[in-house]
Ligand binder design. Sequence first.
Ligand SMILES: *[C@@H]1O[C@H](CO)[C@@H](O)[C@H](O)[C@H]1NC(C)=O
Ligand SMILES: *[C@@H]1O[C@H](CO)[C@@H](O)[C@H](O)[C@H]1NC(C)=O
Ligand SMILES: *[C@@H]1O[C@H](CO)[C@@H](O)[C@H](O)[C@H]1NC(C)=O
Ligand SMILES: *[C@@H]1O[C@H](CO)[C@@H](O)[C@H](O)[C@H]1NC(C)=O
Ligand SMILES: *[C@@H]1O[C@H](CO)[C@@H](O)[C@H](O)[C@H]1NC(C)=O
Length: 338
Amino acid sequence: MAKLLLLSLALAEAQVDPKYATEVTVYHVHPANVSSIPMDMDTGDAEGDLFFFLDEFLLPLQCADPKYFWDKFECKNPERSGQLVATQLKLQVDSRFSNYSGCNLCDGVDPFTRKPCEAGTYTCDCMDFLHPENCDHQFVGRETVTHQFVHDVTDECKESLEESCGHARYSKWCKFCLFRHKEVLKNSSCSKEAINYCPGFGFPLCTADSKDVDCWHVNIARKTRGLWYSTFRDGFCDGNKPCSWQVVQQRTVPERCLREKVVGVVEASNPSCFDGCGARNQTSPCWVRCFFTTVLGPEAHNSTIVTGMPLAELTGAWTKAFEACESTGSDAPHSLVV
Ligand SMILES: *[C@@H]1O[C@H](CO)[C@@H](O)[C@H](O)[C@H]1NC(C)=O
Ligand SMILES: *[C@@H]1O[C@H](CO)[C@@H](O)[C@H](O)[C@H]1NC(C)=O
Ligand SMILES: *[C@@H]1O[C@H](CO)[C@@H](O)[C@H](O)[C@H]1NC(C)=O
Ligand SMILES: *[C@@H]1O[C@H](CO)[C@@H](O)[C@H](O)[C@H]1NC(C)=O
Ligand SMILES: *[C@@H]1O[C@H](CO)[C@@H](O)[C@H](O)[C@H]1NC(C)=O
C-alpha cells in the first residue's frame, strides 16, 4: 500500500491544485513565430481581447497624426503588425488570482520601464509599479478591463480642465498647465485621474474637446469590458513544482480571417454608412469613422456615451471565427516548444 502510494505520487504530473481549479477560455493575438502558449503573456476573455483587438482599427488615424508624438508604442507594437495569428485557449487555472501585469513582446527595450530586455522574448511589468510584489508570478494575474482602463472625472472637473488647459491639451505643456492650475482643478472636484486629460502613454480622458481617436480608444473599453489575464512562466505546470495554469485545449487561426469575420458583422450592421465610403479601405478616415460609429454609437467620438451594435454580435463573430477559420495546424497542447 505504502509503495503504491509513493509510486502514484512520483508519477503525478505538476497540476493545478484541484481544490482551486477552474476552467477559463482566453484569447490572444500574436506574431505567427512566437509561442501560442501564453508564457509570460497577457490574454483576455472574448470581451477583454476584443478590447485590445478593436483598437487596431483606429491605429491608421492615430499613427498618421504627426501630433501624436508621445505614444507611438501601439504603432510599432510587434503584436499589431506583420504575420499575425490568433489563439483560443482553454486553460485550467488556479482561481486564487493575483494582479495583472503588462506583458509585451520585447523589441530590445521594455515599453514600460525603458530598461533593456531580450528582443523576441516577452517581459511582464506589474501595473502597480511601486509594489511589484502585488503581482505574484506563481499565480495567474487577472484584472477587469473596466478597473484597469476605464477612468473618468466629474463633469465639473472636465469643464474646469477645458477652461484651464484646453488650449494646451495637445501640446507638450499640458501636464505643466495642469500643475499650474492644480488649485482650481482641486476646487472643481478633480481626482488624480485628471492627469489623464493630457494624452500620453495609456488612456486619456474622453471630453468634448478630445480627438475622436482618443475617445474611441477609451470607449472601446466601456463597450467590451471583460477580463485580462497574465499567465506567468513561473506558474506554468511543467515539471514537479506547484503551478497555477495549464493548457487543456487550443486552436490557432490566421488573424486576417478573424479580422474578416469581425469586420463582416460590423459592415453588415450599418451598410449605408460604409457604402458612403466607396470601396472598402480600412485605413481611410471615412471607413474608420463608420466602423467606430457602428460599434460604439454616434456620440462616442466626443463623449463617454457608448451605444452602437450589440456586444453579443461582436463576441459572437469573434468566437465563431475560431471554428470557421482554418486552423494554422498547431493545436496540440502537448507540442510545447517554448
Ligand atoms: C493586488 O494588488 C492590490 C493593490 O492594488 C493588493 O492589495 C492585493 O493584495 C494584490 N493581490 C495579490 C493577490 O497580490
Ligand atoms: C519573428 O519574425 C520577425 C519578422 O517577421 C522577426 O523580426 C523576429 O525576430 C522573429 N521572432 C522570433 C522569435 O523568431
Ligand atoms: C479654492 O476653494 C477655496 C475654498 O472654497 C478658496 O478659498 C480658494 O480661493 C479656491 N482656490 C482657487 C484657486 O480657486
Ligand atoms: C459632439 O459631436 C456632435 C457631432 O457628432 C456635435 O453635434 C456636438 O456638438 C459635439 N458635442 C460637443 C459637446 O462638442
Ligand atoms: C486608403 O486610404 C488611405 C488613407 O486615406 C490612402 O492613403 C490609401 O491610398 C487608400 N488606399 C486605397 C487602395 O485607396
